[in-house]
Design a protein around this ligand. Structure first.
Ligand code: NAI
Length: 669
């Protein structure tokens, strides 16, 4: 037997323990596949010595996580890869036809190629541990199940598979049992191997009560149509390759014998892999993993400053959001300062949001106990004496912010972290009025704070490494995803957005219809188009940030509409669009004074609007605002809603050849 799969004869049962060394999760590495082949061959040879086989993980709380994404994401020779797929599938078919009962004993994640492995066995038993999750999440990482999942799961559980697979659904043990994906669940803490042996012996004796009725798939086409509609609804009408190809594999493969079905699945799998969206989605998965744990970015040996109490300045939109975030994530006391008249409405808003969360069972603590942690004040009271961090979110006016820092610094401890939530003022300029500016840093939250994942952490010239590291620890405590950057007009996210907005306004003045511009970018995958987004956020805000903070020349369309007092649909009811949603006829002569008419195809519009993202991204790297294109992509995906199947703008530019066309090289190394 090999290194990874170790078989032992225990009372006439072959117990095969598998454990990929040096990895947290078992995955199908090249070594694991080769070793499985050896194990399978010897089981085939010696099967008469056994009543059956149990496959169990040697890792404490992980069955098998499936394909190795590093392997999947790498460039490969597709003809070779197809050969590998065929061989892999052939092994699963041999295991399926071993001739003696086989049982998967599942503890922890059993996903993708790991669950496909379990699907080839006679039956599956799992613990009800919180870590036990079962399913085929491949479509969420840009591929489709390629180890028989699209063929075996619907043949086992019927129509629900048509919903689970394109969604990449992963179920806890209880739900997987209900769906028929596994056959038995035991409480966590019981001896899984002993229970699996009992189960296997029951199967041998024909007493396990396995329900193996062939599901009725006579209305397959109708069910597939419904599944396709659901997929398109979830992607706002975009036919992303992976889920569509998973449906194709089921649509064609379930009508023929499984051996042929497996070949169809492999064709679809390879087609999915060829699509750039596959590499884009895998990149997003890695970016998510990278930014999931901001504390991992803190150098080893650095002890973050303990945070026991927060201070927030400004109880407006952002101050309220930040407080909700602090309460729900840290349960620490917060003192908030604003003018007296702002305190009541601020508290009422925080309570309303918390109550909404409680009503949806999303809050572990009673609303009253969280509200009791907030101390609203209108003066510099002693409450500021022991704060460990203050987040400032007062008006976006440098004079006001300067004044606030001058008052704040003498009343807080001198090692208190001071973070500004400014969205556009240079951190370096603001730091001028801060005592001990090495503790001053930008912390740019996104609205609504309790829902948006991203936090831009902006290092000014004076900011110390310790402050950046402490802010990363705060970012982790608040459950945010960080983009750490150097000070720069618009930091990363707004710096990327504004050139894109400018291009969209220029297109308006050329005579392109606003709804066509917005529709093109929604088709590209953004949650909302640039014109509608400006309307929603506030035309005045965009205009002022663009002209005052970023020092850019406003395009005619924006200039005219701002000067006409149209500040946005949500601001004063007047913007680009009417309240009913269509283009506002009053806005048209302002944005297109010469009444021009211009038509571009959807692809042309997308190209013209995507390119400014990339040009800015290139500049951010050249200016060393960020060290790595990954930071830009994290900012765009979690700050702007850039489509995850494209892997971020910089990755997408690499994948479609734009970076090479513009700059002669890829952004990602
Ligand atoms: P807001 O106008 O809703 O709230 C600002 C609050 O600051 C008001 O309640 C005001 O009374 C208070 N304030 C003014 N002067 C003060 C002082 N001297 N002491 C204490 N409180 C004072 O503004 P919003 O939208 O919350 O913005 C705050 C900051 O956050 C700004 O720097 C803004 O650029 C930034 N920001 C805003 C985002 C948004 O989506 N609204 C997103 C990210 C950052």
């Amino acid at each position: 037997m090999g290194q990874i799969f170790a078989c032992e004869n225990q009372d006439g049962i072959a117990v095969v323990k598998f454990d990929v060394p040096g990895e947290q999760m078992n995955t199908w590495t090249e070594g694991a596949i080769a070793d499985f082949a050896v194990t399978l061959a010897s089981l085939e040879k010696e099967k008469s010595a056994y009543k059956g086989v149990i496959f169990i993980s040697g890792k404490a709380s992980n069955f098998h996580a499936g394909a190795n994404l590093n392997m999947l994401g790498a460039e490969k020779d597709l003809a070779e890869f197809r050969k590998g797929c065929d061989e892999f599938n052939a092994m699963f078919v041999r295991l399926e036809n071993l001739g003696i009962p086989t049982v998967a004993a599942i503890n922890g994640p059993c996903m993708g190629g790991g669950y496909e492995f379990a699907l080839t066995m006679t039956a599956r038993i799992a613990t009800d541990s919180k870590r036990t999750t079962i399913g085929l999440p491949e479509c969420n990482v840009g591929v489709i199940p390629g180890g028989g999942g699209t063929q075996r799961l619907p043949r086992l559980i019927g129509y629900p598979a048509l919903d689970f697979i394109p969604r990449g659904a992963v179920l806890p043990a209880g739900k997987a049992l209900e769906a028929g994906m596994i056959d038995r669940v035991i409480p966590e803490g019981e001896n899984l191997l002993a229970k699996a042996k009992e189960f296997l012996l029951e199967i041998v004796a024909g007493a396990a009560g396995l329900k193996r009725v062939k599901p009725d798939l006579s209305a397959l086409d109708t069910a597939l149509e419904a599944a396709k509609k659901n997929v398109l609804k979830a992607t706002r009408g975009r036919a992303i390759p992976a889920p569509m190809l998973a449906l194709k594999a089921m649509s064609e493969g379930l009508k023929v014998p499984i051996e042929q079905g497996l070949k169809i699945e492999t064709d679809c799998f390879i087609e999915a892999l060829k699509a750039p969206e596959s590499k884009g989605t895998i990149n997003t998965f890695f970016l998510k993993t990278l930014s999931d744990k901001p504390q991992a970015m803190i150098p080893k040996g650095f002890e973050p400053k303990p945070i026991r109490k927060y201070g927030v300045l400004g109880f407006g939109t952002m101050g309220r959001g930040i407080i909700i975030n602090i309460l729900t994530r840290t349960k620490l006391p917060v003192v908030v300062k604003d003018v007296a008249g702002a305190l009541e409405p601020g508290m009422a808003f925080v309570r309303k949001i918390l109550e909404g969360m409680a009503a949806k069972n999303r809050l572990k603590d009673p609303v009253d106990s969280l509200m009791a942690l907030v101390k609203p004040v209108a003066e510099w009271t002693d409450d500021f004496k022991d704060v460990d961090i203050v987040i400032e979110a007062v008006f976006e006016d440098p004079a006001i912010k300067d004044q606030v820092y001058k008052e704040l610094c003498p009343v807080v401890p001198k090692d208190c972290i001071l973070a500004t939530n400014t969205s556009s003022l240079p951190v370096d300029k603001l730091s001028g009025s801060v005592l001990h500016p090495e503790r001053f840093i930008g912390a740019h939250f996104f609205s609504p704070v309790w829902m948006m994942d991203l936090l831009e952490i902006i290092r000014g010239k004076a900011t110390s490494d310790a402050t950046v590291n402490n802010m990363l620890a705060v970012c982790a405590a608040l459950g945010k995803r960080p983009v750490v950057c150097n000070d720069n007009p618009g930091f990363v996210v707004n710096a990327m957005l504004f050139p894109y907005f400018i291009k969209s306004f220029e297109l308006l003045a050329e005579g392109v219809a606003m709804e066509k511009i917005d529709a093109a970018m929604m088709k590209f995958g953004l949650p909302v188009g640039p014109i509608r987004l400006t309307d929603e956020v506030g035309i005045d805000v965009s205009y002022l940030v663009l002209t005052k903070s970023l020092g850019m020349v406003p395009p005619v369309a924006l200039e005219n509409i701002y000067k006409a007092g149209r500040y946005g649909r949500n601001k004063n009811g007047k913007g680009f669009y009417t309240q009913e949603g269509g283009p506002d006829p009053e806005a048209l002569p302002l944005i297109n004074p010469d009444n021009k008419q211009k038509e571009y195809s959807v692809t042309e519009l997308q190209d013209m609007l995507f390119t400014p993202f990339i040009k800015t991204g290139y500049e951010l790297l050249q200016k060393k605002v960020v060290a790595d294109p990954r930071a830009i992509d994290i900012g765009a995906i979690w700050g702007v809603g850039f489509p995850s199947d494209k892997g971020g703008p910089m990755k997408w530019a690499d994948l479609i050849g734009l970076s090479e066309k513009l700059y002669g090289k890829k952004f990602y190394k």
